[in-house]
Design a protein around this ligand. Structure first.
Ligand SMILES: Nc1ncnc2c1ncn2[C@@H]1O[C@H](COP(=O)(O)OP(=O)(O)OP(=O)(O)O)[C@@H](O)[C@H]1O
Ligand SMILES: [Mg+2]
Length: 253
């Protein structure tokens, strides 16, 4: 199962990605949790110790130089576009309770289509994770689909677009759907988050008739409190297990 999670800023992408990882791991699957947001947060949401100390792959200068044959930051020189990446999850990432965390980091370089040693490595890594791994892979992305190239997008089983009751997140979902279609990804479903009741769900369903609603999570201040206190997300909140189970069932089909 290869799942990408997108949506407007702050809607709950990281929360949903973490909850899916926890549920998959509880079901006995091996999970690769991929933090592809430049502002990393998935490690904290999963309860990894000292998440702020986890070094993103994009900052592993020696690794980038060794694998691509060029120093990070160099532009215009020669470097390998297909660096070896298959050992990176095992050798350069942390694992806890059957969940391996891959923190991608940011590539500070301008321009779409820009290619530099660090972006070549990250691209090859994400492609490897989505195309070649046996584990379940959950990718926590930014709003948008920048990280997914055509080759990678073709192997994502489903992109989950998280929405909250609010027109801006619904508009973002429509935009993300278009961007995804441009790279050949049409297997999209929405998950509503911070839902206060039936009327919120009705507005979301009516506003996005072109999307399949895979499930929803209720608004619960315990989620905010856990985040505030630096605690991991929990499945033990009213309605959460049940909803995550139903999302999983729909994803499995
Ligand atoms: N179901 C929920 N009920 C209440 N609060 C929630 C819920 N889901 C997420 N939140 C809160 O909303 C905030 C944003 O959540 P989260 O970080 O998961 O969103 P995000 O989409 O990953 O944000 P970003 O775009 O910054 O990465 C957090 O404070 C989180 O605790
Ligand atoms: Mg996030």
């Amino acid at each position: 199962m290869k799942i990408a999670v997108s949506g407007k800023g702050g809607v709950g992408k990281t929360t949903l990605a973490a909850i899916l990882c926890l549920e998959l791991s509880r079901r006995g699957l091996k999970v690769l949790a991929v933090d592809a947001d430049p502002v990393a947060g998935l490690g904290a949401a999963l309860g990894f110790p000292d998440p702020e100390k986890i070094k993103p792959i994009s900052e592993m200068k020696d690794l980038i130089a060794e694998r691509t044959g060029a120093k990070p930051g160099s532009i215009g020189g020669y470097f390998r576009l297909n660096p070896r990446v298959d050992d990176i999850p095992e050798n350069f990432c942390r694992e806890q309770n059957g969940i391996r965390l891959v923190v991608m980091g940011t590539v500070k370089a301008g321009g779409a289509g820009c290619i530099c040693p660090e972006s070549a490595l990250l691209r090859a890594l994400l492609q490897h994770l989505i195309l070649e791994r046996d584990e379940a892979v959950i990718v926590d992305m930014e709003a948008g689909v920048e990280h997914l190239g055509r080759a990678t997008a073709g192997s994502v089983d489903r992109m989950l677009v998280v929405v909250e009751p609010g027109q801006r997140s619904l508009a973002a979902a429509r935009m993300i759907r278009k961007l995804a279609a441009d790279i050949g990804l049409s297997r999209i479903g929405i998950v509503a988050n911070k839902v206060r009741g039936e009327s919120d769900l009705a507005v979301i369903k009516n506003s996005l008739p072109e999307f399949e609603l895979l499930g929803w999570l209720p608004l619960n201040t315990a989620v905010i409190e856990a985040d505030l206190a630096g605690r991991p997300v929990s499945l033990d909140l009213p309605g959460f297990r049940e909803q995550v189970g139903s999302i999983m069932d729909k994803l499995g089909k």
